[in-house]
Design a protein. Structure first.
Length: 106
């Protein structure tokens, strides 16, 4: 791991610790601090491949950000498991069927 990647990893870990402390009551909750740290974490995690985050996945907030990123990219929560893609495909088929039915009825 090069120095830049290592520093980024440390920064992400620090943000995750701070957010975890706010969420668990170890630090007094401050809405502005929370929003700022959450936004900084989202930006810091942007572009980092999921496989490089396996060590940081012990922090629930990192898992949540990665799940949200996956949902934004492909409409699936990564933590939902293998069935998620099948359910998404079934939902898409059902939606298309309903749209066709409503057009015919109109």
């Amino acid at each position: 791991m090069n120095e830049l990647a290592h520093n980024r990893h440390l920064f992400i870990e620090d943000l995750a610790r701070r957010l975890h402390a706010l969420e668990t009551g170890q630090r007094r909750m401050n809405a502005l601090d929370y929003r700022v740290h959450a936004r900084m974490l989202r930006h810091a995690l942007a572009g980092v491949p999921r496989r490089q985050l396996h060590v940081l996945m012990t922090y629930p907030v990192v898992c949540e950000v990665v799940d949200n990123r996956g949902f934004d990219e492909c409409g699936l929560l990564q933590s939902a498991g293998d069935e998620a893609r099948e359910l998404r495909e079934l939902t898409d088929v059902l939606l298309q069927h309903l749209q066709r039915s409503s057009r015919k009825a109109a």
